[in-house]
Design a protein around this ligand. Sequence first.
Ligand code: GDP
Ligand code: IMO
Ligand code: MG
Length: 423
Amino acid sequence: MAVDLLLGLQWGDEGKGKIVDVLTRDYNIIARFQGGPNAGHTLEFDGIKHVLRTIPSGIFHKESMNVIGNGVVIDPVVFVKELEGLDPYNIDYISTLIISRKAHLILPTHRLLDAASEASKGKAKIGSTLKGIGPTYMDKTGRNGIRVGDLELKTFKQKYRALADKHVAMINFYDVEIQYDLDEMEVEFFDAIKKLKELTFIDSEEYLNQAMKSGKTILAEGAQGSLLDIDFGTYPFVTSSNTTAAGACTGLGVAPSKIKEVFGIFKAYTTRVGSGPFPTELFDKVGEEMAKVGREFGAVTGRARRCGWLDLVALKYTCEINGVTQLMMMKSDVLSGFKNLKICTAYNYKGETITHLPYNIEEENVAPIYTTFKCWKEDLTKMTDASQLPSELNEYIDFLEKELEIPIKVVSVGPDRKQTIHR
Ligand code: GDP
Ligand code: IMO
Ligand code: MG
């Protein structure tokens, strides 16, 4: 069988966790392929809310296997806390959660380096989640990283010490004050490693390719969103991995020819957390209303998410680079009762109207051009069937489908598993 792929088309937090959880019943294996504990994927069912960071969002389904792929970076400390969060729910993660030996480890000093780097940037900071993501991927591409498979080596402690000492020298190089107690952080880290080693480490590319040969179905779960992609996102205000479709191939070891469906997830509006350009951002009461009704606070850092209208220019771009075959529109319920809705259909770029995403979308270059839509008044949250959706919402959907030339197969009308309408 092939691999289906699910990824976010905006700046993250589109609702990937919810939809992976909904789709898991159709798959044997759920595999995360990039990112790390900078992700916060929220799942809601049976009146309980869970936030997953590194663990794939299929973990609550007893029949599915969950793979952390080679493209992921793992912080053992965060990971163990995540496992502890599962304990009340009788999840047999020792059997159903397996980890690639080639996944890289986030060391305590990677987190410190992240903090030092951000502090040194002042106002130009990225707005990182400070989970050590950038420094860990830098060590990976710089060929200095430590991988999960290294935990099985006798030389692990030596390797660790050499890299951590180097990091301390680098932290001192930054001309910033950061307070830390490395000894304490290391005690926590090595305790977490003991627990991590209770899980099974695998050669995940081999595992996944064998699984495909034996007819198993696989869903690859993306983290972050395409506009945070290291190559195609709003650089430098991005994360340090390929969040786009190609990242699933390198992050799992599956060939491009094996990818079948590409599910692209987007919110009916746009949010962004952290710094960086955001042409359709709202600074008025409407933006405040979106944030309030949509509860737009980061699942990881609790930071307020910036809110704005849907940006079709950016969405077309991310559908294209990912080869999206099906769309899923999230949080439609949040917009109920707005006076009217807007979709950015073009940019005024240095005095010229353009419909493609230019190199630089900073405010001084780009002004959004909007098409206005009537908004629906109905509360969508109790609707269960596409036939119940109000005509104004259908017009909004039809417009997007026509412009993007991709069907919108799911309309999400609330955070719960059940609040999902298939079209
Ligand atoms: P992810 O990182 O893409 O998995 O998304 P997050 O979990 O960070 O953020 C999405 C937030 O929206 C979470 O709080 C979800 O519970 C919530 N959510 C998901 N889908 C919907 C929806 O259709 N309507 C509403 N109101 N909330 C939703
Ligand atoms: P999920 O998977 C939203 C943002 C950060 C910052 C930038 C770089 O939940 O959608 P990093 O910690 O990677 O160095 O931060 O990327 N960011 C996210 N924003 N959702 C996420 O993940 C994010 N992961 C990173 O806010 O702007
Ligand atoms: Mg999130």
